[in-house]
Ligand binder design. Structure first.
Ligand code: SDX
Length: 392
């Protein structure tokens, strides 16, 4: 780890900090949470275990994990007046915009700031945030679909509750499919943290002014929404659908992506740090095959994704720029197979990234970091005299 990153003369390293949470090596395609490889964690851990690891620095013991899941259950009820807020949104509102607003509104119902010098208060704030964010994220879907807003079932696990909250309807019992539960654990783990990406840096810099945890997380949701960041997973599926509807002509879209005069980019390709395969993309691609196969789903969009990847990886333009599939390239194909609408894909990313945002916010606040204040290279006008309006 290189510790502090100095500002280069360019503009790319606009943020810098020391962190002990996630290690990335973009050249080698290495990703580790608190020293554990992403491959090991995705394969052997569950999402709450990884959430605990990211926030508290160690994998939980059996008792700690059981207590963690039970302590989250203490906070799963949402203040009924939060429904008035969600009712105020038009059906056309994008889920990420609603989620950012609801997350910020949590401050109104939980106004006491987190005392970051108290381990107990930090622990309770972590449990409360994980609990309430999950429920609010699924309420966004329920509202758009015209379903009654659902309640967390304290007899179920955290990821099982995601499915229950999203899809259970009062008129019939809901039975989670273990294949889908396993796939969701894996997907949420793969999205859980990623060093100082755009949304995490946003959470840290907003939190550095001592804005509250919910306000800081809300700003992270807004940053993640952008199509160059978390919004890419929705844009990937829309791109693959367009290619499918255009006769599956991937070469045509590769040409568009290479055309300097065309704003179109190959969504789900390229990365600011990985100049090699994104290790998460490799795992998600394999999981996509397994999940669709296990669910007996034959999705032509997966075939198009594989063909697009193959053609791009053999193309000089992409090779010379080290452009590889990233975490967003295959994730939407699994979400689709799980029955999740594409407008909710970035919300899925946010649910996964939540423990990372929380961990980074706590690290920054507990470390007593000063208020974030990126500097600039001034390239504007030199001093000049004022000209009265009638002389201009
Ligand atoms: C995430 O930072 C993180 O860690 C993010 C993330 C996380 O976990 O938090 O990993 C999640 O955001 C993944 C990225 C999801 N976004 C997309 O898939 C959108 C498509 N990708 C691109 O927009 C782009 O690759 C970025 C935004 C991801 C990275 O942009 P960079 O590093 O600033 O690259 P660049 O814009 O400087 O491009 C370098 C060259 C340019 O060509 P030239 O000017 O050299 O001729 O590569 C080209 C770009 O035009 N290029 C692409 C491309 N990505 C870069 N050309 C076509 N298609 C693309 N996708």
């Amino acid at each position: 780890a290189t510790g502090m990153i100095t500002l280069d003369p360019g503009y790319k390293n606009t943020g810098s900090c020391e962190s002990a949470i996630t290690y990335l090596d973009g050249e080698q395609g290495i990703l580790r949470y608190r020293g554990y490889s992403i491959e090991d964690l995705a394969d052997k851990a569950n999402f709450l275990e990884v959430s605990y690891l990211l926030v508290f620095g160690e994998l939980p013991t059996q008792d700690q994990l059981i207590n963690f899941e039970n302590d989250i259950r203490k906070y799963t009820l949402i203040h009924e007046e939060m429904k008035d807020i969600i009712d105020g949104f038009p059906k056309s509102a994008h889920p990420m915009g609603i989620l950012a607003s609801l997350t910020s509104a949590l401050t109104a119902f939980n106004p006491r700031p987190v005392n970051v010098s108290s381990e107990k208060e930090i622990y309770n704030a972590v449990c409360k945030t994980l609990a309430k964010f999950l429920v609010l994220a699924t309420w966004v879907h329920r509202k758009r679909e015209g379903y009654p807003l659902s309640y967390y079932d304290n007899t179920k696990g955290y990821v099982e509750n995601f499915l229950h909250l999203m899809f259970a309807i009062p008129t019939e019992p809901y039975k989670e499919n273990p294949i889908i539960v396993d796939a969701l654990h894996k997907l949420f783990i793969l999205h859980a943290d990623h060093e100082q990406n755009c949304s995490t840096s946003t959470v840290r810099i907003v939190g550095s002014s001592h804005a509250g945890l919910f306000a800081s997380i809300s700003s992270g949701v807004s940053a993640l929404w952008g199509p160059l960041h978390g919004g890419a997973n929705q844009a990937v599926i829309e791109m693959l659908e367009a290619i499918k509807n255009d006769g599956g002509d991937v070469e045509k879209y590769i040409l568009k992506a290479k055309d300097k005069d065309d704003p179109f980019r190959l969504m789900g390709f390229g990365h600011r740090v990985y100049k090699n395969f994104d290790p998460r993309a490799r795992i998600i691609k394999k999981a996509a095959d397994e999940v669709l196969d296990a669910l007996g789903i034959d999705d032509p969009v997966l075939d198009i994704a594989k063909k697009l990847e193959k053609v791009a990886l053999e193309d000089e333009y992409f090779k010379s720029r080290n452009l590889y599939p990233n975490v967003d390239f295959y994730s939407g194909i699994i979400y689709r197979a799980l029955g999740i609408p594409s407008e909710m894909f970035t919300v899925m990313f946010a649910i996964g990234r939540l423990p990372g945002w929380i961990a980074q916010w706590i690290e920054m606040r507990s470390g007593g970091e000063p208020i974030g204040r990126p500097r600039q290279i001034y390239v504007g006008e030199n001093l000049r005299s004022f000209v009265p309006v009638d002389k201009r």
